[in-house]
Ligand binder design. Structure first.
Ligand SMILES: Nc1ncnc2c1ncn2[C@@H]1O[C@H](COP(=O)(O)OP(=O)(O)O)[C@@H](O)[C@H]1O
Ligand SMILES: [Mg+2]
Length: 368
């Protein structure tokens, strides 16, 4: 079997730098070394790309996590559009890149655009799917256009806030969403950063200030009495949805602490303890949501099961979900019999398939 030269891209400029290092550690450790060679590229918090020494792969195999991106100016990675990624003028030979980058400047279409320009196949959604997945307002508008049920929202911009403050907001929110409690969140962020649950309008101002630290657009949503259901989706043209899981946070909601700091912050249950028909609906909704935003490769679709209304609502789609062995996405795949190393192999195959399909559009592409 041919050996695939996989580039693993990790770190990055987002608040989820650390999570990316953990996901990358799992990938490097679990990749099938009889089928893949690995080239590691680390992105610093400042956004500089460095080729990482092979010793990092060895130390991961010896049980050490990747703790930081090593910065050696001799190993600075540069982009040559139409050619590839280079170090000291030499092309880094890669058949496929896995951008294991969560959040902004990684999961949002920016890195995907760059990889398109250099012409290397990459795992996961393309520019549009990634950008849509990042913007919680626009993706829900797309889902609504497809008549898919999504969590209601009211957008509010930093410019509006600067110009007119919050004076008009309570009346608008009452009309659009009903009475508080609400969730206030940055439109484009992740890992629950900048998110607050508010019980009255007096809490609106500090919640907005917290959210505006992360984006110039925030969403205000009704607080759904929700059970949190997640569905792993894998594939290009015929995506497959895996058995849904449930996240049961022990905190007021699934906040940053519950996700990454408190080891008992949440329980992950697969399958979610819901009637069979509800699980089937969750899978169907996840597939429809995935297709509607043109995702490919993989995504984790997160839904709320409203306990009061007994209905499912789409909350968000993550196009580069957490990827440690204990993360929901790989666990849901493993539950249905797709083990982590095979999952990685399938993702690279999907990336290469997607890239070759686009390259065969001879009206658009000049072969590299
Ligand atoms: N409208 C809502 N109703 C109830 N809980 C919510 C709502 N929005 C967010 N949450 C809670 O906050 C968490 C993080 O919000 P989410 O929209 O998923 O953003 P992130 O991209 O940061 O994960 C959710 O997992 C859930 O616990
Ligand atoms: Mg979420």
């Amino acid at each position: 079997m041919a050996i695939t030269r996989l580039g693993v891209l990790y770190g990055g400029r987002s608040g989820e730098h650390e999570v990316s290092l953990q996901s990358a550690t799992s990938i490097v450790r679990n990749i099938d070394s009889t089928r893949f060679t690995q080239t590691l590229i680390g992105i610093t918090r400042a956004g500089h790309w460095y080729l990482q020494p092979d010793s990092v792969v060895d130390s991961v195999h010896a049980g050490m996590p990747i703790e930081r991106v090593q910065e050696n100016e001799q190993q600075l990675v540069l982009f040559r559009p139409g050619v590839g990624l280079t170090v000291n003028g030499d092309l880094i030979p890669m058949d496929c890149v896995f951008p294991v980058l969560h959040g902004s400047f990684g999961e949002d279409g920016t890195v995907q655009g760059l990889l398109e320009l250099v012409g290397v196949p990459y795992v996961g959604a393309g520019v549009l799917g990634s950008a849509l997945g990042m913007d919680k307002e626009i993706v829900k508008r797309v889902w609504q256009a497809h008549r898919l049920p999504a969590v209601p929202f009211h957008p509010f911009s930093a410019a509006e806030y600067r110009e007119s403050g919050t004076a008009r907001l309570p009346a608008e929110l009452n009309a659009a969403l009903g009475q508080p409690p609400y969730f206030v969140k940055p439109a484009c962020a992740g890992s629950s950063v900048g998110i607050s649950r508010i019980k009255s309008f007096t809490e609106l101002d500090p919640a907005l200030k917290a959210a505006f630290r992360f984006d110039t657009k925030v969403l205000i949503e009704p607080s759904i009495p929700a059970r949190e259901i997640e569905v792993a989706v894998l594939g290009n043209h015929r995506p497959r949805a895996f058995t849904p899981g449930e996240v049961i946070p022990t905190h007021e909601f699934y906040d940053y602490e519950a996700k990454y700091i408190d080891p008992n912050g949440a329980e992950l249950v697969i399958p979610a303890d819901l009637p069979h028909e509800t699980l089937t609906t969750a899978r169907e909704l996840a597939l429809a949501a995935y297709r509607a935003c043109g995702a490919c490769g993989l995504a984790r679709v997160d839904l709320f099961y409203d306990k009061r209304e007994e209905e499912l609502l789409l909350n968000e789609i993550n196009t580069i979900p957490g990827f440690t062995r204990i993360s929901m996405f790989p666990r849901m795949c493993a539950h249905d019999g797709l083990a982590y190393p095979q999952l990685l192999a399938q993702l690279t195959e999907l990336a290469i398939e997607h890239h070759s399909e686009r390259q065969s559009l001879d009206g658009v592409w000049t072969p590299l």
